[in-house]
Design a protein around this ligand. Structure first.
Ligand code: GBH
Length: 488
């Protein structure tokens, strides 16, 4: 007789928060309404060839008009918190004077969230710089850091009494190197020097904003979100492979973590890539400002990197190296670094699915940076685009996105592995709540746990969304069957 094993579940810590994330330009639409003016993404989307299918954020998910329904949907799904960003171009359309209508939209959104019992998690900058500021050099101009702090204080004037968690920047690596060096994101420049200047001024804007917000209100929870990765050498016994992994780690991770937590750029990478313009841009006191203590570090994790110091015999599916449209690298220094294939599954974006990398990343960031600083750790983005195929069943649109269900479960499991190893991870935000404008990929790639029909704007919760709701309700993950149980 077979013994039915008791259902095994892995509970989440009692203080763990479950949420989903979006960003203003990716979902709001209403680009020319409510006094909003162009951001760099409006302008970039008009550049021929910049965005697939010449898509843009003019309408997107029309969230600007449908935010009430979207909040109701979040409530139905049981989300405890919602991570969204405010649009600088709504609040200060020209980078200067405050636009009351823009402020009003976010007040209504936050009130709606609070009424629904959902904690607002506000990000001030998710890549949509007012074009008027780009016309003056954008993030390569130090003045933009000051404008950012002014804008942040405006948002605080409007929402400081209702929003406790404030994230300054989302993924400054993307808004510097991917934007000013690789040309893949707005403003679409191809300059290694500009990327480094942009990164420094973004970090400076972050630090001085944390300082100013803290001075206004000590009770705010302040932080930043970084896109971090795990760089594995092809062969840890080969110095050139180890070196490749060190340099990728340095440019993705340490270039941002070290100044924020240790008031210094990583010396090895700095010696290799810093040019005279960057050295001149770093003024006395800047690094101390950047290292203003934060309460929360948000980690965005999508995939790892598998790199070596020599070219692979067979080029990996994703290519031997990330390149811009001209075939060059987004990194200020990546000469002699090659991406290899290790046979992991890949999403249609060719990103590896490597949940175990998330466990290792969290352990490392916790022990080396967050814990010593007394900073809490959250996974503020994680998700995947798959080629969803909607079907109508009993008059209802269903998306049986098994791949995404597995993806979410695997990454939540990886977080629990980190928790078991002593890492204090406080929450998880799936990217994204909705299918949305996926930057240079336009509407072609869908990351949502909720499907958006872009013709009708109808929303349908995908199977992954239903599964996520169940996990939230149970506050636990069903354990996978023990490997030997099924054999006997
Ligand atoms: C996030 O960034 C964004 O915050 C979000 O807005 C976006 O919709 C979501 O991901 C999905 O893309 O070495 O040049 O090949 C993603 C972070 C970091 C993922 C860099 C891709 C490889 C870049 N990205 N990574 S490259």
């Amino acid at each position: 007789a077979s013994v039915v094993p008791a259902k095994q579940t892995r509970p989440f810590p009692s203080n763990f928060l479950f949420g989903a994330a979006t960003a203003a330009y990716q979902i709001e639409g209403a680009a020319a309404e409510g006094g909003r003016r162009d951001s760099i993404w409006d302008a970039f989307s008009r550049v021929p060839g910049a965005v697939i299918n010449a898509d843009n954020g003019d309408v997107a998910c029309d969230h600007y008009h449908r935010y009430r329904d979207d909040v109701a949907l979040m409530k139905r799904m049981g989300l405890e918190t919602y991570r969204f960003s405010t649009s600088w171009s709504r609040i200060r359309p020209d980078g200067g004077v405050v636009n009351a209508e823009g402020v009003d939209f976010y007040q209504r959104l936050v009130d709606e969230l609070l009424d629904a019992g959902i904690m607002p998690w506000l990000t001030l900058y998710h890549w949509d710089l007012p074009q008027a500021l780009q016309d003056r050099g954008g993030w390569t101009n130090r003045d933009t850091s000051d404008r950012f702090t002014e804008y942040a204080l405006d948002v605080h004037d409007a929402l400081g009494d209702r929003v406790n968690v404030w994230t300054t920047l989302n993924e400054p690596w993307c808004s510097s190197f991917l934007s000013y060096t690789a040309g893949l994101h707005a403003p679409g420049h191809y300059s290694r020097g500009e990327g480094m200047l942009a990164a420094h001024h973004l970090l400076l804007g972050h630090g001085q904003t944390v300082r100013e917000l803290r001075a206004r209100d000590e009770s705010l929870n302040l932080g930043i979100t970084l896109n971090l990765t795990v760089a594995d050498p092809v062969d840890a016994g080969v110095p050139a492979d180890l070196d490749a992994a060190r340099r990728i780690d340095g440019q993705f991770n340490r270039w941002f973590l070290d100044p924020i937590f240790q008031a210094a750029y990583p010396q090895d990478i700095f010696d290799e890539i810093a040019d005279d313009a960057l050295r001149a841009a770093i003024r006395p006191g800047d690094l101390e400002t950047i290292a203003t203590p934060i309460d929360t570090l948000g980690v965005n994790y999508y995939h790892g990197e598998y790199v070596g110091g020599t070219p692979p015999a067979v080029p990996p599916i994703g290519g031997e190296a990330p390149t811009d449209r001209r075939g060059e690298s987004p990194f200020p220094s990546s000469e002699g670094i090659f991406w290899h294939e290790r046979g992991l599954p890949r999403t249609p974006m060719q990103w590896e699915v490597q949940p175990e990398g998330l466990s290792r990343l969290l352990k490392r960031v916790w022990t080396e940076y967050a814990q010593p600083a007394g900073t809490s750790l959250f996974v503020t983005e994680n998700g995947a685009a798959y080629d969803d195929e909607p079907v109508v069943e009993g008059g209802v649109v269903r998306v049986h996105d098994e791949d995404r269900v597995d993806f979410v479960r695997a990454h939540l499991g990886a977080i629990l592995d980190a928790v078991d190893a002593g890492v204090d991870v406080r929450g998880y935000f799936y990217w994204s709540l909705l299918d949305n404008f996926e930057w240079a990929w336009g509407y072609e790639k869908r990351f949502g746990i909720v499907r958006v029909d872009y013709d009708t704007q109808e929303r349908s919760i995908k199977d992954s969304g239903l599964e996520y709701s169940r996990i939230i309700a149970a506050r636990a993950l069903d354990a996978p069957p023990a490997p030997d149980q099924s054999q006997t």
